[in-house]
Design a protein around this ligand. Structure first.
Ligand code: GLT
Ligand code: MN
Ligand code: MN
Length: 387
């Protein structure tokens, strides 16, 4: 059937997404909490492939080792019963009051050590259930006042912790990659490493950059007013697109985590077109939640909607790549090097000298228009379904 999710699409949801109970800074939960096992069954019912979790989405922070093992057994059984997989796991380093000033960047060395301990245990849990990607979202790694922390010192602490954890993974022989997720603010006034671009630069300063990539989230880059697809493209170009958090978000609002494609349909289209064209084959994770007005039935509509919209946009993207008029315009726009071939490409001294001597007709260059209005209108009509 058209637009039906299939395992090869690798659609995944966090327990915290379909399990979101609708609490916000101004209001109490509106939906009864479902257990992790119930959530696995809900995800199977809507056709998802994978389920991700924070350590404490699955195992309460104060569970005894015996309780932990029972919970893991029951969860594993739900996975076996439904065929769902766990592609990714992560640590909750933001909810507990202990992390009020951050985890890896906390000013309190005991908190930093506790954060490492908690993360090692959470990595063990994730690996036990099959995770191959481990996400780090440093929601509390920041400040409200710059009097509190030295930002260079904060980066050193962050780096030291990630280096420690990379060594832990290697020492255990785990097959696990790290994916760092940026966000500019919320819940902290300012969060360090605010965008995917910041993360990419930071990764190169780590001891094992080959183990570490990024997990860009649509909403987080939109909060910063950025073009999400460009950030994703840069991560892809760097070989660092290990995971992706799909959702939607009005620009410059709070972290809305809306259903994928529910708000900025054109940006969503360009993102899907990019992922499909380059052949991204990692998980397509929806880090979103249903509106606070939803009941559990509507949560299913939300989850189905995320996947269906992705598949519809993937079909539109295929048509974009096949549309004769669009492709002819693109061929015209993206000119061949032609007469400029001798001057472009890698540097040689001869090439530089020849180029310095070449006479350019600058005025003629400035008279050349580009039919981008015509091209964009074709894309809009494709998206609006009249093409
Ligand atoms: C939290 C955050 C998300 C992160 C999750 C992983 S937790 O819901 O808003 O963007 O991806 O820690
Ligand atoms: Mn996210
Ligand atoms: Mn978010």
């Amino acid at each position: 059937m058209a637009y039906e999710p299939r395992p090869e699409h690798k659609f995944s949801f966090g327990l915290w997404t379909v399990g979101n109970v609708g609490r916000d800074p101004f209001g109490e939960p509106v939906r009864p909490a479902l257990s992790p096992v119930e959530l696995v069954h809900l995800l199977a019912e809507v056709g998802a492939w994978g389920v991700n979790f924070h350590d404490n989405d699955l195992v309460p922070i104060d569970a005894t080792p015996v309780e932990r093992d029972r919970i893991v057994r029951e969860f594993q059984k739900a996975l076996d019963d439904t065929g769902l997989v766990v592609p990714m796991a992560t640590t909750n380093l933001f909810s507990d009051p202990a992390f009020r000033d951050g985890a890896f960047t906390s000013n309190d060395p005991e908190v930093r050590a506790y954060a490492l301990q908690k993360t090692m245990r959470a990595i063990d849990l994730g690996v036990e259930l099959g995770a191959r990607v481990y996400v780090f979202w440093g929601g509390r790694e920041g400040v409200e006042t710059d009097a509190a922390k030295d930002p260079v010192e904060a980066l050193k602490r962050y780096r030291e912790c990630l280096n420690f954890l990379c060594e832990y993974v290697l020492d255990q022989g785990y097959d696990l990659k790290f994916a760092l997720e940026a966000k500019p603010n919320e819940p902290r006034g300012d969060i360090y490493l605010a965008t995917t671009g910041h993360m990419l630069a930071f990764i190169e300063t780590l001891d094992h950059p080959e183990m570490v990539g990024v997990n860009p989230e649509v909403a987080h880059e939109h909060m910063a007013g950025l073009n999400f697809m460009h950030g994703v493209a840069q991560a892809w170009d760097a070989g660092k697109l290990f995971h992706i958090d799909l959702n939607d978000q009005n620009f410059s609002r709070y972290d809305q985590d809306f259903r994928f494609g529910s708000h900025n349909i054109k940006q969503a289209f360009w993102l899907v077109q990019f992922l499909e064209e380059v052949g991204y084959d990692g998980p397509r994770h929806f880090d979103a939640h249903a509106y606070r007005t939803s009941d559990h039935e509507d949560v299913k509509a939300f989850a189905r909607g995320c996947m269906r919209t992705y598949l519809i946009l993937a079909e539109k993207a295929a048509r974009f790549r096949e549309d004769r008029e669009i492709q002819e315009l693109l061929a015209e726009i993206r000119g061949e090097e032609g007469a400029m071939a001798p001057y472009l490409g890698s540097y040689t001294r001869e090439r530089a000298q020849a180029l310095k001597a070449h006479p350019f007709d600058r005025a003629a260059l400035g008279r050349r228009g580009k039919p981008y209005e015509a091209l964009d209108q074709l894309v809009v009509e494709l998206l609006l379904g009249v093409r």
